[in-house]
Design a protein around this ligand. Sequence first.
Ligand code: PLP
Length: 361
Amino acid sequence: MFDGDFGNPASSSHVFGWEAEEHVENARVQLAELLHADPLEIVWTSGATESDNLALKGLADHYGAGHIVTSSYEHKAVLDTCKYLESKGFRVTYVVPDAAGLVQPSAVAAALEDDTFVVSVMHVNNEIGVVNDIGEIGRICRENQVFLHVDAAQSVGKVPLDVGAMNIDMLSISGHKIYGPKGIGALYVRRSGNIPLKAIIHGGGHERGMRSGTLATHQIVGIGVAASICSDELDREAPRLLQLRERLWSHLKQIPNVSLNGSETHRIPGLINVGFSGVDGEALLMALDDVAVSSGSACTSATVEPSYVLRAIGVEDSLAAASLRFTVGRFTTEEEIDFVGMRVADVVQTLRAQRDVAASI
Ligand SMILES: *Cc1c(COP(=O)(O)O)cnc(C)c1O
């Protein structure tokens, strides 16, 4: 259906352009539906990293000076953008999440200053899977006339989202986190309320002037389809993933001295982050080379430092280094869960036994 479409969606003078534009606009409708947004509120970007940059730098550029509130366990796309803005003279408060890994709305309220122009808090943390109370944070922001940006790369398609009801002004989305293509994402930008967002990529004035450049038509079609599958599947998928996660946790918690990092209740269905005290994290990962788990997030795995996210929620460095992030997804089976549960129990037991032997020599 799509192979022959080579037109530029911005070329309005010929039929090839119209067809490409139709595909792009159809995808805009599909993604907007998942967020309960208006299609005109979707700005296509190259991914959530760019969306986070656009939201924060774009607003900062308008204000020129002032104060930003975020949290200390945001994705690097937000943290590094904030660091950059600090180097340009903006002030940033990094709210520390509580021991359950949640950014308390009251802590956000307490961090607001007279010249705070934006609050940026992630909906779901990518390493520990906890879900923040964005509705309440949104209410506080609206009441204080501060814009709210939400990095929702980990929540879109996994938990219900309603940008209007949650008073969200800008929201970052990533294609590959919803089973769509890599290199495509979007920033939801509320139309009402005159958000004075300035472009960070200048050019032909595409996307309401907020993001120039020829649209990645093929990827956009992909993210649109991915979004519509999420809309259709969310209600069925969430309980299924929850059941798989609980099955995994019931395996893992039989191992002595394991702990769940982050709230057990305020979490997305498909993710747990588990600490195995007394085990070397590197050795654990190496031994589990037949299981696709990770110690932190792919985004920061070039470093062997203990996870800054786990540090931020007060997990000790040694336990942080002995923690693994497990995700279950649309294609995970019960057999795989049982396999992983047994493999991890095995490996942890072996590593602990080796440690005890080494200690006794
Ligand atoms: C993956 C991720 C990003 C980055 O998304 P890209 O589309 O890969 O740029 C940003 N924030 C969070 C929370 C993520 O999980």
